[in-house]
Design a protein. Structure first.
Length: 241
């Protein structure tokens, strides 16, 4: 059987939100946004919240088992731990977050220096490194949150402009990832529909089941410890959060 990705070429990870306390007294993950990907949280256990900054201002959405919350590109989101919070994350355009689609809310001086940003955003290898990255993102996030709460959206706009400037040199790499992933999956559906309309069922002969287990069961994500997968046909490990 030919390899094929998960439905729609989405990314999947299982996430346990960080329990380290931040400077504002809350525990949780590193605030960030995605430039081209919609993301969904399916809460499987525990409790907590997700703080968001978007077109609808500042919101804090409670999370508990059974809740699904999702947010579009440009939404700054911060996962807050309330007690054993566990989430399955669905990520559009799997492979793009790993390629730079996710941008942390670091302070403006870090965002303005691509080398400094790359160093600060590097994938951590230890609790200390993951916590330093999270704390730096929270340090830049809190003034953004306060401004949005007060009705001032300009700092958030400035952050988005800085995020786009950081990502712009990478877009040439993103396009083939998207073409090989989400676009190819959508085009395959179109081909199947045209074949079915012609009475051609040949693609059904390639059916079957695929199975994946975590390739890294306890890695460091942006918002917590995560289990990620290597999926046949994927353009990158299915992670990103």
């Amino acid at each position: 059987m030919d390899a094929f990705p998960l439905p729609g070429a989405i990314g999947v990870t299982h996430l346990r939100a960080y329990e380290w306390e931040s400077e504002d007294g809350l525990c949780g993950g590193s605030p960030h946004l995605h430039l081209a990907c919609t993301e969904a949280y399916i809460v499987t256990g525990g409790r907590g919240a997700v703080q968001t900054l978007g077109a609808d201002g500042y919101r804090e959405t409670p999370l508990e088992a059974g809740v699904i919350a999702w947010f579009s590109p440009g939404t700054v989101h911060r996962l807050v731990q309330g007690g054993d919070l566990r989430i399955t994350v669905l990520m559009q355009n799997s492979g793009l977050p790993e390629a730079g689609d996710a941008v942390f809310t670091f302070p403006s001086d870090v965002l303005a220096d691509p080398a400094a940003y790359a160093e600060a955003a590097a994938s951590p290898k230890s609790d200390d490194a993951a916590r330093r990255r999270r704390d730096l993102a929270v340090r830049g996030y809190l003034p953004l949150r306060d401004a949005v709460r007060n009705g001032d959206l300009e700092p958030l706009r400035q952050f988005r402009r800085a995020a786009v400037a950081l990502a712009s040199p990478k877009i040439g790499d993103w396009i083939p990832r998207w073409q090989a992933g989400a676009l190819a999956a959508a085009e395959a559906t179109g081909e199947h529909l045209r074949a079915l309309a012609d009475g051609d069922a040949s693609h059904l002969g390639h059916c079957g089941v695929r199975v994946a287990t975590p390739s890294r069961a306890d890695g460091y994500g942006m918002c917590g410890r995560r289990a990620e997968y290597e999926i046949p046909g994927a353009t990158a490990p299915y992670g990103g959060e």
